[in-house]
Design a protein around this ligand. Structure first.
Ligand SMILES: Nc1ncnc2c1ncn2[C@@H]1O[C@H](COP(=O)(O)OP(=O)(O)O)[C@@H](O)[C@H]1O
Ligand SMILES: [Mg+2]
Length: 411
């Protein structure tokens, strides 16, 4: 890493301005876009161009090189699950952005916690022996969980906590500010993994409605750009979690990550987590699917959420003597509602009743007269009460309709 002061023609005032904007090395400056630097108060177009170009010259970035001499020094962090590592090509890679998206409770925060610890493992055990920065926008960070995961990996929980730099974020511009700050941590504290859990939560609320979309995408674009620069400059791994929105296409519903193309194209690896498709509702089993990766097949795998993070089995690979500390949570109570995600909620209120087997137009009208206009209200109705109110409809028939409605919505 080269100091800003080594750049030709730079003065102390300019160094200070750049550092305050999170650009603290010659590499970071050289990888910045001219307009971002020119936007820094007190610099201006001409100075920005001179400094960025001089930085690029100094670092040899203004020459083409023979591909033979490219140094692809990729390192890998274990996710805690061998199955997940395998479909990711070994684990979460340095120098790249990895996006994990999925519905509520699909395990994104669990992965974020697990990797915040596993990155601290020695190289021989799948880590980078490095410090970690954790940007928490949903207030779901848990010190307890970190300590349990540390024990699971045989690390000293206290030391793990001292090497984990956490920040709680309250607004999207605060998030942008702390992403810039994280760059300083890479430089001064040897941070090699930056976790953002989650990328879009605050923006989603702040920039509501189509009119705000352009502005939101601009803020997002700057963030993704800053993150890519950090990834490359410090050969740092970046893990972003993202929520999904349900898109209705006729009567089909599909989950898609939010943030659109900017996030999709900005991330090298995109993984979808799913809660669905398992017979047992109180299972902590999850599915991961590679959605996009430059050099990986679109494979999928299963993994588990345990009290000590992401793992290949329900028990996790927790050393027996630590098991007492770690056990003692009940799957049933923690996972009371497997369908609490947006997809099912949307289905319950958006799929018309006539799509349910056994409900024709006439029946739908009769139901509507009783205030039953959605699958949600049909499922919460008492079959006996309802049968008494609609002539020609037995409670047995209503039970059948409810069963068909459940089948349709996977409940
Ligand atoms: N010890 C634990 N404490 C809390 N939740 C747990 C624990 N172990 C497993 N879980 C499960 O993890 C799931 C939440 O996962 P999380 O990673 O927070 O999802 P996401 O971030 O995708 O919303 C819940 O289904 C919960 O039951
Ligand atoms: Mg979460």
């Amino acid at each position: 890493m080269s100091e800003l002061s080594q750049i030709k023609g730079i003065n102390a005032r300019q160094i200070k301005l750049l550092q305050e904007s999170g650009v603290s090395t010659a590499e970071a400056l050289a990888m910045s876009s001219l307009n971002v630097i020119a936007d820094i108060d007190g610099l201006g177009d001409k100075t920005a161009k001179k400094l960025v170009w001089n930085a690029r010259n100094a670092l040899g970035m203004t020459e083409f090189v023979a591909a033979e001499s490219i140094n692809e020094h990729v390192e890998i962090i274990t996710t805690g699950s061998q199955a997940l590592n395998k479909i990711l090509g070994g684990g979460v890679q340095t120098g790249k952005l990895t996006e994990v998206f999925g519905p509520f409770k699909s395990g994104k925060t669990n992965l974020a916690h697990t990797i915040a610890v596993s990155a601290q493992l020695p190289l021989s055990k799948g880590g980078l022996d490095c410090a970690v920065a954790y940007i928490d926008t949903e207030n779901t960070f848990s010190k307890d969980k970190i300590m349990r995961i540390a024990k699971r990996f045989g690390l000293d929980p206290k030391i793990v906590l001292t090497r984990l730099y956490h920040t709680r974020i309250y607004s999207s511009d605060h998030q942008a500010q702390m992403i810039q700050k994280a760059e300083n941590l890479c430089k001064s504290r040897g941070v090699r993994l930056l976790v953002v859990d989650s990328l879009m939560a605050l923006m989603r609320n702040e920039y509501m409605g189509i009119g705000m979309l352009a502005r939101r995408q601009q803020v997002l674009n700057n963030m993704i750009h800053a993150l890519s620069r950090i990834a490359e400059t410090y050969n740092c791994a970046i893990l972003l979690t993202n929520q999904v929105a349900t898109k209705m296409m006729g009567m089909f519903a599909a989950d898609d990550a939010i943030g659109g193309n900017i996030v999709a194209h900005g991330c090298h690896f995109r993984v979808m987590f799913k809660t669905k498709g398992f017979s047992s509702n109180n299972s902590l089993k999850r599915k991961a699917i590679i959605v996009d990766a430059p050099d990986l097949p679109p494979e999928e795998c299963e993994f588990y959420i345990t009290s000590a993070g992401v793992s290949d089995s329900e028990q996790g690979d927790i050393p027996d003597n630590d098991r007492e500390d770690i056990d003692g949570f009940e799957i049933e109570t923690l996972y009371e509602d497997s369908e609490g995600d947006e997809l099912s909620e949307a289905k319950l209120t958006t799929i018309p009743l006539v799509n349910v087997k056994g409900i024709g137009k006439g029946t739908a009208e009769n139901l509507a007269e009783q205030g039953i206009t959605s699958i949600e209200s049909l499922l919460s109705a008492n079959p006996d009460d309802l049968a008494g109110k609609i002539s020609g409809l037995s409670s047995k028939k209503i039970l059948e309709m409810q069963e068909n409605a459940r089948l349709l919505t996977n409940i």
